[in-house]
Design a protein around this ligand. Structure first.
Ligand SMILES: NC(=O)c1ccc[n+]([C@@H]2O[C@H](COP(=O)([O-])OP(=O)(O)OC[C@H]3O[C@@H](n4cnc5c(N)ncnc54)[C@H](OP(=O)(O)O)[C@@H]3O)[C@@H](O)[C@H]2O)c1
Length: 263
């Protein structure tokens, strides 16, 4: 299927590794031009170089923290200046730490809101007016299955991600008339560095092996395994494309059947 996004310009936030990097690679394979960001420049530049080599895509990079609004604003402006447009924006970040409610501090709550809610607001604030002017755009937030079914031990994520779902649904209503589609893609357990980190933290807490934690996660899914980043990226790339023209305001899980509810 031709996804129709050759030469479309895509910002993918938090994309030096993991889900963001897989999404960036998937978009580049479809011919999109990329703008990547993450805090550390060396791994991001290495990821960008790998994507250029594999796909021939034009890739710009910028080292920034997505919790810094001025940095996000400057980045989006630089993308529009360089490429003349911005068609696709994938809002992403790291995840908050695994803690029980009793372990959390007020600073943890503020940091989680900054990392996962406010960073999405910052990208939306800067990208959506550009897409509105163009009368075409795709804004996609990466959240978590936590918006459908709370994940054990991740109270910060469980609480803050749902605010992003509310944001996305509302933005879809406000921007639909301008040809801008806004969606939320919710990963289940997917094999990235974040998942390895979480399994080690939980394993330490419970005094078991990290492999036992990962096996437990796999057993919770219908497919009996954790996902691969490319499996997640395939849906994001589709939603970013010309083939996805009547899906907006949706929160779609890519979770191997982890969520047990009907919707
Ligand atoms: N993997 C899963 O199973 C899973 C499941 C549910 C939800 N999620 C969520 O999906 C998102 C992506 O997860 P992942 O597994 O791809 O994580 P990951 O492997 O840890 O990668 C995170 C990426 O984000 C960048 N990043 C982190 N904090 C940032 C910040 N403040 N500003 C800019 N860039 C930042 C990191 O680079 P730098 O460190 O250099 O900044 C890295 O490129 C996270 O919010 C995660 O919680 C993941």
């Amino acid at each position: 299927m031709d996804l129709g996004i050759k030469d479309r310009v895509a910002v993918v936030a938090a994309s030096s590794r993991g889900l963001g990097q897989a999404v960036a690679r998937g978009l580049a394979k479809e011919g999109a031009k990329l703008a990547l960001c993450a805090r550390a420049s060396a791994p991001m530049d290495a990821a960008a170089e790998e994507i250029r080599r594999e796909t021939g895509a034009e890739v710009m990079t910028r080292a920034l923290d997505v919790t810094d609004y001025d940095a996000v604003r400057g980045f989006v402006a630089a993308v529009v200046e360089r490429f003349g447009r911005l068609d696709i924006c994938v809002a992403n970040a790291g995840g908050p730490p695994a803690k029980s409610f009793a372990e959390t501090t007020m600073e943890d709550w503020r940091a989680a809101a900054d990392l996962n809610l406010m960073s999405t607001v910052y990208f939306a604030k800067e990208a959506l007016p550009v897409m509105q002017r163009q009368q075409w755009g795709r804004f996609i937030a990466i959240t978590s299955v936590a918006v459908k079914q709370p994940v054990e031990g991740l109270i910060l994520s469980n609480a803050v991600r749902s605010a992003v779902s509310g944001l996305i649904k509302t933005l879809a209503n406000e921007y639909g008339r301008y040809g801008v589609l806004v969606n939320n893609v919710c990963p289940g357990y997917t094999a990235t560095a974040r998942l390895v980190e979480l399994s080690h933290r939980l394993a330490e807490k419970e005094g078991v092996d990290a492999a036992e934690i990962e096996a437990r996660w796999a057993r919770q899914t219908a497919l009996g395994r954790v996902g691969r980043p490319e499996e997640f990226a395939d849906l994001v790339v589709f939603l970013a494309s010309e083939r996805a023209t009547y899906i907006t305001g949706a929160s779609i899980a890519v979770d191997g059947g982890l969520v047990k509810g009907l919707y």
